[in-house]
Each structure stands twice: as C-alpha cells, then as structure tokens.
Design a protein around this ligand. Sequence first.
Ligand code: NAP
Length: 486
Amino acid sequence: MGADIGVTGLAVMGANLARNFARNGYTVALHNRSVARTDSLVNTYGHEGQFVRTESLAELVEALDRPRRVLIMVKAGAPVDAVIEDLVPLLDEGDIIIDAGNSFYEETRRREEALRQKGLHFVGVGVSGGEEGALWGPSIMPGGSRESYQTLGPMLESIAADYHGEPCCAWVGTDGAGHYVKMVHNGIEYADMQVIGEAYDLMRSLAGLEPQEQAGVFREWNSTALASYLIEITSEVLDQEDELTGRPLVDVIVDAAGQKGTGRWTAISGLEVGSPVTTIAESVFARSISSQRSVREVTSQVFEAGINEAVTAEELYASGDARQDFVEDIRKALYASKLVSYAQGFDMLSAAGQEFGWDLNMRTIASLWRAGCIIRADLLDTIMRAYDAPAADQPRNLLLAPEFTEALAECLPSWRRVVAAAATYGVPAPVFSSALAYYDSLRAERLPAALTQGLRDYFGAHTYQRIDKPGTFHIRWSEDRTEAEV
Ligand SMILES: NC(=O)c1ccc[n+]([C@@H]2O[C@H](COP(=O)([O-])OP(=O)(O)OC[C@H]3O[C@@H](n4cnc5c(N)ncnc54)[C@H](OP(=O)(O)O)[C@@H]3O)[C@@H](O)[C@H]2O)c1
C-alpha cells in the first residue's frame, strides 16, 4: 500500500496540512526542496500518524498510490510553476496535482489548461484559516475538474473545518474557481477589518472610548447580529496591554497596514468584471494611505485638523446617554456596511461566474465560510437562507433578500448619522461612507450617469441612448445642436 497523498512544501502551511491529513488517518508522503524541513516535521510530529519521508520529487511520486495526489504548498508564483515542471514528467495520466497556496486565479486557469492537455488534473484549492486552520480544520474551496473531486473531495472534506457536522469544503467550480472564491473571501476580509477599524476610530475620536472600554463594547457586539470571529478577536486585541509601556497595545503598534495581494486582486478583478466592489477597494486604499506614513507626518501638521467642532463633538457623543446612543449608531453602521461588503462580494462572484463560465452556487460558497476561515460569522447562515430559493428566484443583489432589506432599513438612520458625524468632525470612514453611497446608488431612481453620457457625447461623440425610444443618438454639438440617430 502506498501513501494516500504527497505534500511538497513543508513550511508552516504545508506541514500543518500534512499533519492534518495524517491525524485523519491518511498516509502522507512528505517532501520539501531542502530536506531539513522534512526531517524537522518527521522528528517533531512523526508520532502523530503515518508519514513517508522522501528526499526528491521522484521518491515522493514513487511512494504514492494511484491516481497519485500531490499537494503543492510552496511560495505562490514562480515556485509553483517550477515544482509543476519537475513533477509532470514523473506523473501518469489521471494523476492529480493540487495547488493549495494563495495563487492568482488566472495563473491557476493557465496551469489547469496546460496540464489538462497532458492528461493530468490540476486542482487550485483556496484554503483559509491560517496556520491553526491548516492544522485543525481550514475552510477549503477547491476548483479543478468535477472528476478530480470524486477522489480528492472526501480527503479534503475530512481535514476541513466542521460546522455542526458539515464540512466546510465543497467543489466550487472548474479551473480557477477555487482560488477566485478564496480571493473574494480575502477581499471581504479586508472590508470586514476596515469597518471594524472605522468603528473603533469613531468611538475613540468622537465618543472618547479608550481601547479597554471598547473591548467590552465589542464583546457585547459579539452577541448581536455582528457575531463573528473578527469581532471576537477585536475585543482581545483592544484589551491587550503593552508589556513594555503599560499602554494599550494598539497604541504602540505602527499604524501602517500592508496589502499583500489578494485584497488588491479582488479590487482589480471587480473592475475587470464590472462589479462595483467599492467597500473592498476602499479597504485596500485605506491600507495604502496608512502606509504613506512619511507623507502623513507632513500632512497631519499642514492640514487644519478641521475639528474646531471637537468640543461640540465631545458634547454630542462623549457622555451618558448620548455616548450610548452614538455607540449603538456605530454598531448599526458597522452592520449595514458589512452587509454591503458581503453583497458586493457575492455580486462579484456572480459576475465572475458569467465571465469565466463557472456555475457558482452562492449558498454553497456561504456555507464554506461558516467555520475555519477568518470571516466566519453568524451572518453567513442568514446569507445561506437568502440563497435557499432555486437559482431563478434568488435575489439579484443580496441586499434584496427580505431579511437584509429590513435590516438595512432598520440601520439606515444610524448609518446616516454616523457617516455625517465622520464627515462633520473629520474622522475618515471610507468604507462606512462608500457602503452608504452604494446603497443610495442602488435606491436612486436616476443617477447622474445621464449627464456623464451627455458630456461624453459633447467632447467625444460617444453617443447616448434615450429613455423613450430605441436607437443610438448624437447631438451635432458644433453645428446646429440637433439630434441625429447614428
Ligand atoms: N491560507 C492561509 O491562511 C495561508 C496562510 C499563509 C500562507 N498561505 C499560502 O500557503 C502557501 C505556503 O505558505 P507558507 O507560509 O507555508 O510558505 P512560504 O513561506 O510561502 O513558502 C516556503 C515554502 O516554499 C518552498 N519553496 C520556495 N521556492 C521554491 C522553489 N522554487 N521550489 C520549490 N520549493 C520552493 C520552500 O522550500 P524551502 O524550505 O526549500 O525554502 C518552503 O517549503 C503560500 O502560497 C502562501 O501564500 C496561506
């Protein structure tokens, strides 16, 4: 009997996935470019299950049962191609290569096509949950061929997070669909963290709530519709005291956040598939501006703080009932903005499904994010309910699901007050604001795009369409300004 699966790339993520497979009863063949990592895993955790130590890819492949399953967990990008190139000559038709790293979905599409032509299955798998998730149960979003899922699926399901007996793993669609869904998950994660940050900033700047007090607020919020892993850990982080200075930890952390890849990819893909993921894009930009620290050092001195009204703000929000009301307003603004970012994420998935020919099942995707991953939240159950109906009857925008339409209506006055307060007193709240603008754009009967079209026709003869008859029209702007049908 050979090994059930081979794992190559045994840095923290690969090692933890390998241990997870072994703990679940699979025999796992191990390989890493430098043998030291393989030895370290075998020496430290070898007792946890059945491992086969190998020193080369040829040995790894030799150790496997057929069809062979080789999971690659190396640095995303060129290293994945390098490993594939070395693996392919060693494999036979029907074998499966799995890339469980954070690869860009277009690369997954390219690799899948190339390997399909060689008779191999290539499965791009989105894995979320970080190191702990990889070890104890991540959320798993596999793409690739349906056929490959028949042998691979049960293995992935057994190592995935468990949500009340259901594995957080299901085939999502062909070729790059798995990595795409994981990318959108990460985009939503960016927005989730940004709205939490905006809530924190507003509570601190306008209501004078110190981090430790806010830890209590977030703890309470975690038993409302906001209940989620990120809200839960926000209270932990805000509660943490810096050992060195005795100050709140959050006050000694440099206020610059990077944006490594997936958030940026989500925003770019949103533009490409024509889906307005404004909350995700704003979250990426919020990180970009945070990273411009040297510029901010100057601008924060030069630009008037603009909070002459600060005294008023304090009077308004920082004591007694007013503070309580404001905090409740912020909770609702946070919830409404979060709903918008999920709605935008799902809208983008449906646009991408059409663009790339994936038959994405939104209910299934929501179900995969309920445990094991960073955006796990009670809200996902509600989203699943919204997609319970047959495809033809599903809401065209998640916000049209009755439960969400009602929730938004309930949050709306608070949401507007919070965005107005942020603008009035100069506290940046880009996602609260853009989420509200998205909502208002959806509810507007007319948008100023009509004027945009008029301007485009004026300077570039780009033409326009009329609301009252079919056809394409142009005004002879430089002549007699009459309308011509073109
Ligand atoms: N889902 C999540 O929550 C999550 C979290 C973290 C990372 N990831 C993703 O998971 C993947 C692995 O992450 P990681 O942090 O465990 O490892 P990593 O630091 O991204 O990569 C290190 C691993 O890649 C191998 N490697 C690098 N270049 C190689 C090449 N040219 N040929 C062969 N092997 C090569 C290294 O081998 P050597 O030991 O020989 O150098 C090592 O095993 C990445 O795609 C990462 O983005 C996902």
